[in-house]
Design a protein around this ligand. Structure first.
Ligand SMILES: Cc1cc2nc3c(=O)[nH]c(=O)nc-3n(C[C@H](O)[C@H](O)[C@H](O)COP(=O)(O)OP(=O)(O)OC[C@H]3O[C@@H](n4cnc5c(N)ncnc54)[C@H](O)[C@@H]3O)c2cc1C
Length: 424
């Protein structure tokens, strides 16, 4: 990685990535071993790893995502912090019926893995730091950009506390790129500047995030429990910990998060039950407001949207980052191919990406939103139907196998990195 800003000023690169959260940094890592010259601009100081992505949250990774992270060269660094998911148990509070998917029944060693976002972020940034053709400009913000037939010109303003600079750093610089990738989050200033409409669904819910310890071992089990107030996920973590994502109506979430530890433990046990025994320790709580954001399009001729900038989802099915990693793998594949051929038509890169990824994004957004809606409906008839559905699902091997493959992220047209193959 180079942080020599004057060397970047006014010069050309192939791909300018705006946003170094989990998704932007994953794309920079994916391109690290290719001939693509990349500039990554991140508004926050990577030294403190406090990007929205890099907090105490836990991410459930599908098996397909593990393959992609291996292809990015970061899995070896992540493996000690990754907990295998050996079973998934879905139930509804106060109703009969439960659905279970087990790794051994699916003939795989693990259905997926959990990792703390902090570990993921650190491994990705270390990978980028070792990349010769990636220049990181941070902390700095892209303030405006224009595109023409030959590419994109971006203005980047350095943060006044630009401690990352080596040597004299200018207050601002200009970067020319063949392609601009907006990995700038759900608010996406790039999407807004392009005038691309976004569709938003407010769930009026917040997720209370906390890591805790229980007195029975989790044995690799992940639990998703639907309640009338919102879904509760208990994810297995390393060192006998459990990662909790507890969704509650906005007006309740703050009060629950602020409960003293002993009262919070009781409230959690009340909703989850005693499948893991008693909750014996709880960590610091964090709150995340939940909404679905879908971009009206995935970009223009010279600009591509990925990650939360393209689609931001409810965490109920743990799909957001898994989906984004498939975007990253597909885009890296198309970009690397174009660079190898001498960039014959950069606009075709953006259009191939849009055509390839739009279907998967729509399907996952629809599935996730549907799940929130299905389990959010009040009424006894709906509840009985869901209970029967869960029982039937547990007894139907075909349905289980289909969902298991979906959960593992191994369906549809998969990019090379998701198939365990290197970029060509
Ligand atoms: C509670 C919760 C639980 C979740 N659990 C899971 C899970 O189990 N599995 C899963 O797959 N997904 C999960 N997700 C989804 C996952 O967290 C997101 O998909 C992922 O964080 C998206 O990252 P991003 O990089 O696209 O966006 P962000 O994290 O928002 O990053 C955007 C970055 O862009 C930078 N930026 C913005 N504008 C500029 C600019 N002009 N110049 C420079 N930099 C800029 C910002 O500083 C920021 O660092 C969960 C989400 C939530 C809320």
């Amino acid at each position: 990685m180079s942080t020599d800003f004057p060397a970047v000023a006014g010069s050309d690169c192939d791909v300018l990535i705006v946003g170094g959260g989990l998704v932007g940094s994953a794309l920079a890592a994916a391109l690290a071993d290719t001939e693509v010259r990349t500039v990554l601009v991140e508004a926050r100081d990577p030294a403190v790893l406090e990007q929205p992505s890099f907090d105490s949250r836990v991410t459930a990774l599908a098996r397909g995502s593990q393959r992609i992270l291996s292809g990015l060269g970061v899995w070896d660094a992540l493996a000690p912090d990754a907990e295998p998911i050996l079973s998934i148990h879905v139930s509804e509070r106060g109703r009969f019926g439960a659905a279970r998917i087990r790794a051994d029944e699916e003939g795989v060693p693990a259905l997926g893995f959990t990792l703390e976002n902090r570990s993921l972020g650190r491994a990705l940034w270390e990978r980028i730091a070792a990349a010769e053709r990636c220049t990181v400009v941070a902390p700095a913000s892209m303030t405006r950009f224009t595109s023409d037939e030959d590419g994109v010109t971006a203005e980047i303003r350095m943060s006044p506390n630009g401690a990352r600079a080596i040597g004299p750093s200018p207050a601002s610089l200009t970067v020319r790129a063949k392609l601009l990738v907006a990995a700038d989050g759900a608010e996406s200033p790039v999407r807004e500047a392009l005038g691309i409409a976004m569709r938003e669904d407010q769930y009026r819910q917040q997720a209370v995030i906390v890591n805790c310890a229980t007195d029975l071992p989790h044995r690799g089990a992940a639990f998703e429990r639907f309640t009338t107030r919102g879904p509760l996920a208990m994810l297995p973590l390393t060192r006998d910990r459990v990662g909790v994502v507890w969704t509650l109506p906005t007006d309740e979430a703050g009060a629950v998060a602020a409960l003293p530890d002993d009262k919070f433990r009781v409230a959690l046990e009340d909703v989850f039950g005693r499948r893991l025994g008693r909750v014996v320790r709880v960590g610091r709580r964090a709150l995340h407001p939940l909404r679905r954001v879908r971009s009206g399009s995935l970009g223009t001729e010279r600009v591509v949207l990925i990650g939360n900038a393209a689609v931001s989802l409810h965490p109920v099915a743990g799909q957001g980052f898994n989906l984004a990693l498939r975007d990253v793998a597909a885009l890296a594949e198309i970009v690397a191919e174009s660079a190898r051929d001498g960039w014959p038509d950069p606009a075709a890169v953006a259009s191939r990406y849009r055509t390839w990824r739009v279907g998967d994004q729509r399907r996952v957004a629809w599935f996730t939103h549907g799940l929130v809606g299905l389990f959010g409906r009040p009424g006894a008839a709906w509840g009985t139907g869901r209970g029967l559905g869960l029982v039937a699902f547990d007894l139907l091997p075909g349905a289980k196998a289909a969902l298991a493959r979906h959960t593992m992220g191994v369906t549809g047209r998969l990019p090379r990195l998701a198939r365990g193959l290197p970029l060509r």
